[in-house]
Design a protein around this ligand. Sequence first.
Ligand SMILES: NC(=O)c1ccc[n+]([C@@H]2O[C@H](COP(=O)([O-])OP(=O)(O)OC[C@H]3O[C@@H](n4cnc5c(N)ncnc54)[C@H](OP(=O)(O)O)[C@@H]3O)[C@@H](O)[C@H]2O)c1
Length: 430
Amino acid sequence: MDKINIGLIGFGTVGVGVVRALKEKAAQLEKKAGVRLILKVICDKEFRRKRNIKVDKKLLTRDVNKILGNPDIHIVVELMGGIHPAKEFILRAIKSGQHIVTANKALLAQEGEEIFKSAQRQGVDIFFEASVGGGIPIIKSLREGLISNEIDTVLGIVNGTSNYILSAMESEDISFYDALSEAKKKGYAEKNPSLDIEGIDSAHKLAILTLLGFGFPVELGDIYIEGISNISQNDIRYAQEFGYVIKLLAIAKRVDNELEVRVHPTLLSKEHLLSSIRGVYNAIYVHGDMVGGTLFYGRGAGQNPAASSVVSDLIDLARNLKYNSIGRTPIFIRDKSIKKIRKMDEVETRYYIRFSCIDKPGVLAKISGILGKHKISIASVAQKERRKARIVPVVMMTHEAKEKNMQRALEEIDRLSAIRRKSIAIRVER
Ligand SMILES: NC(=O)c1ccc[n+]([C@@H]2O[C@H](COP(=O)([O-])OP(=O)(O)OC[C@H]3O[C@@H](n4cnc5c(N)ncnc54)[C@H](OP(=O)(O)O)[C@@H]3O)[C@@H](O)[C@H]2O)c1
């Protein structure tokens, strides 16, 4: 085999980056892959939009059938995004023996099981490096570089938009909404940013990381998801005073024979490796039994970083084709020692809590009494300066407590007449 033919579906942001690299770096890529990578067809819904790249018009089509099932196309690159019809396109390609490269995290998180099984049955390769962490080679690291390890922890800052907002709130001392509008102006947040700020995008990526890192398939519904839209400037400031920063973390942890999978704002000590990840950057911390802690860092999105991963996948796949080693790297190996997903109620963490209460004697005693009743012990307390209408923020750090105890305690505390707003609890990561 001396050439591999590629069909691309989705000539958008990432698609253009991939086409540019295949065009401009053709000779280098050929040396690295050991075969020529030939882009045969580019399919999109329309070609009127300006794309800042010159391509031979003969390559362009609106007809996806020029790619799917075409025996002349060895690899289908899916960069159109969304669930339907991307899923149907990929399944059709797999059925006809075509190999797949995709960046579609939402699709793999939701429909990965069916797609991966189908690829395995048909004996085709599917590569998806750009689906998590943009240009960071975390997928390959979990599938290959760390395969000798039993992974016990994966912590990821995997959503650049949220990380940008939290970093801006901290460094510029601005509100969530000001930071969001700044992110929109700079092109770091979509017009409708809910997938990013509500933690859904991070959960998509966590589902993929968990499958690869722990050999355990999780559905989106298994993941506890909480976004950053309730984080206030005050919480960022108070966390800082306690020596912490707030990050939106995607967390997967092996605890005994169960797995915790959760996405939520998290207090991280300023000494933690992930606490210094700022702006739109992504980072994933992986801890394995042999290697210990490792950190993967880089650009989590953008045309070139994502295209870097897609083109690297193409080279990997081309090498497998050339050396007849398709299926060499299993997508994941089921770990039977993990029995189930731990219910969020049973998760134990330390907490930062902020109460907004009337400044009168006895309130603190009442709060600590309720916490104590629910087996929550306080590590430190800070009562902040009085604000309007005699309301003072009281901020606490607790020792480890069970989530269900914390939720019950907060419900009871929030019913006290001295409590004026819903109390805020943010989990702390060691
Ligand atoms: N952008 C990033 O930084 C990044 C990073 C990592 C992963 N990803 C993933 O990469 C994928 C592509 O993202 P992107 O940012 O490049 O998206 P994009 O700019 O919206 O590009 C997608 C392209 O596919 C086209 N398309 C949609 N449906 C199609 C169909 N049925 N047939 C043919 N073409 C179709 C779109 O056309 P219309 O515009 O006309 O709909 C658009 O030109 C997504 O899965 C995304 O999650 C993106």
